[in-house]
Design a protein. Structure first.
Length: 367
């Protein structure tokens, strides 16, 4: 009897350890320059496997404290980020900077209670207006990784220009294009340019609040920063750092392609009627496998000719299957469904993650 009890307790211990490990982001501070460290996120969409760890965050060890640039996607992320910082330095966090108002960059703010959190005025306004909705959406897409996460708004308004923090001189440069307000942090001591989501490297940019024309103009100005004497490293908002402007050129090429594609505008709704109705096929797949299928309108962007462009996300069991764009809501859903169907066919790990969300009973289709 005693032996069985010991085995049972051991199994409970192992199960508890596995559960804890399941919510471990595995954050490791990577040194990118003297005194500057980065946490590099996964190059994929939000899901219950990565827990929303898809963006880059950074910190600068200054003479009198630590400057954090972006706080991640959840309270758990923020706490684990603080622990990883503490493994590098025992200096206190002096300031947190939010580069823009997308949730994978500010929902970790809560872990920095008592620390000044700064952002551009427009970013503060956008977080106040949309932050709660962002948090709710991430709960749906990332599940229990988000447990305990609540909106913590920035407490300090930042402006473009020089900023002295904890004995370190920064230069803040204000842009727009990816969102209505995009802040770039230049650490003059190390030559690191922290570009936020104006730059994506090795993955397609996300565009829920984008103005393509403004974004392209911002990239031209941003590339000029990399030609300044002393430039060493460009840290994008997503993807690997680089010692050149290559990620900027990659982002620009993608945006130019997007603008051209929207200008030429292939009518996916017409194609789906003639060849393949992607949305109907995805819904049929969900019904067959008892998986909830949802199409969520993320946002509209504006193309270079000021035409509204819709973005919809296909969610399979709450896990993102892809984001589609189109000049109508229906067209964007068709494109998202097409991407999701391709992902189901080609990515067996993704398919298994989706099937694991199944519940007994009828699935729900939300359009």
């Amino acid at each position: 009897m005693k032996r069985h009890l010991i085995m049972a307790l051991a199994l409970l211990t192992v199960a508890g350890s596995a559960l804890a490990a399941a919510f471990d982001y595995g954050l490791k501070a990577r040194r990118v320059a003297d005194g500057v460290y980065a946490f590099i996120g996964h190059t994929e969409d939000f899901d219950t496997v990565n827990g929303g760890n898809i963006a880059n965050a950074a910190f600068i060890v200054a003479p009198e404290g630590v400057i954090v640039v972006d706080s991640g996607s959840s309270l758990r992320y923020g706490r684990q980020m603080r622990a990883a910082i503490a493994a590098v330095t025992d200096k206190p966090v002096a300031l947190v900077i939010n580069t823009h108002h997308h949730p994978d960059h500010f929902l970790g703010n809560q872990a920095f209670a008592g620390v000044p959190i700064g952002a551009l005025a427009e970013t503060r306004q956008a977080i106040a207006a949309e932050g709660d909705a962002f948090a709710e959406n991430l709960f749906r897409m990332s599940g229990d990784w988000m447990k305990g996460t609540e909106l913590q708004q920035p407490t300090r308004t930042l402006a473009a220009g020089p900023l002295e923090v904890a004995g370190r001189r920064l230069r803040l440069v204000a842009f727009d294009g990816h969102t209505g307000a995009d802040l770039v942090v230049v650490d003059e001591a190390s030559g690191v340019v922290i570009a936020g989501d104006l730059v994506f490297h090795g993955r397609a940019p996300t565009t829920p609040h984008a103005n393509v024309a403004h974004w392209l103009a911002a990239l031209d100005r941003l590339e000029a920063l990399t030609r300044e004497p002393g430039f060493k490293v460009l840290l994008p908002g997503h993807g690997e750092p680089a010692a050149s402007a290559a990620p900027i050129r990659q982002t620009r090429a993608w945006l130019v392609w997007l603008a051209d594609a929207m200008r030429q505008h292939i009518d996916l709704e017409k194609i789906s009627k003639e060849e393949f109705n992607f949305k109907s096929r995805l819904i049929e797949w969900g019904q067959k496998h008892k998986v909830d299928i949802e199409f969520a309108l993320i946002e509209t962007i504006v193309d270079q000719d000021n035409n509204p462009v819709f973005q919809s996300q296909a969610l399979l069991g709450g896990i993102s299957g892809g984001i589609g764009i189109g000049y109508s809501k229906k067209e964007s859903q068709q494109n998202a469904a097409r991407i999701a169907l391709n992902r189901i066919r080609r990515d067996k790990n993704y398919q298994q993650s989706v099937l694991a969300t199944r519940e007994n009973g009828n699935n729900t289709i939300v359009t």
